[in-house]
Design a protein around this ligand. Structure first.
Ligand code: C5P
Length: 220
């Protein structure tokens, strides 16, 4: 049996992509599968935490022993995450939130013609940055950073700007890393300048190591 090291803790995890529609059958998204966030939520539940998982559209089934909230857009995710974060000891934002959404969503399917179609995009709220601004005393905030260049520099900048305790940086150029894969290659950066490099591991194993690391932060 897994030691109940997170007993009595409320943990909030976000996962998956968001869908940003511009008509009822078309939307902007990214290839996130939700696997990393689902693995983290399931592992936290195994350790005895009370877990809320907020996920965008994925084909993964609801994990056992926790509450899954299914949303579609970034703005839906923001609403649910904001409310649940009020009570959470630990928030892990593993979702690949769309940075932009179409300015307008047509109520009916857009008819094609021979002309070009222009979709104007506007910025979505940065959910994690919002949580960082309103961080509760003692709350631990963990983010992800998917990068294709200057991995450590970009991740460090996000850690500081979003007021995080840890950031998990994946280098999307590495084989076995990032979106959709069953494995990931990550570096874990903390607020004190510490950088831990993990080898290529399953997302389940990364979830265990990350939660071990987070538990050790709590004791600091
Ligand atoms: O700035 P960037 O999108 O690379 O930051 C990634 C981190 O911020 C992830 O933890 C992601 O879940 C979160 N994020 C968010 N809202 C956004 C964009 C990213 O919470 N609109």
């Amino acid at each position: 049996l897994t030691p109940q090291t997170l007993q009595g803790k409320k943990v909030l995890v976000s996962a998956g992509p968001t869908w940003e529609p511009f008509d009822p059958v078309r939307f902007i998204t990214n290839p996130s599968s939700g696997k990393m966030g689902f693995a983290l939520a399931a592992e936290a539940a195994r350790r005895g935490a009370s877990v809320d998982l907020v996920t965008g559209p994925t084909t993964l089934p609801d994990p056992a022993g926790l509450t899954t909230h299914r949303i579609t857009t970034a703005r839906d995710m923001e609403r649910v995450v904001r409310t649940l974060a009020e009570e959470a000891h630990l928030v892990i934002m593993a979702a690949a939130v769309s940075d932009y959404r179409p300015e307008e969503a047509a109520p009916h399917k857009i008819k094609k013609d021979d002309e070009e179609l222009t979709i104007r995009l506007v910025r979505n709220p940065d959910i994690l940055a919002g949580l960082g601004k309103n961080k509760k005393p003692g709350q631990i905030l963990v983010g992800f950073a998917a990068e294709t260049e200057h991995l450590v520099r970009n991740a460090t900048e996000k850690l500081q700007r979003k007021n995080l305790d840890l950031i998990v940086a994946n280098d999307l150029t590495q084989p076995g890393a990032g979106f959709r894969s069953d494995t990931n290659v990550v570096k874990v950066l903390d607020r004190f300048g510490g950088v831990e490099e993990l080898p290529c591991l399953s997302k389940e194993e990364i979830a265990r190591r990350l939660l071990d690391r987070i538990e050790s932060l709590g004791a600091r």
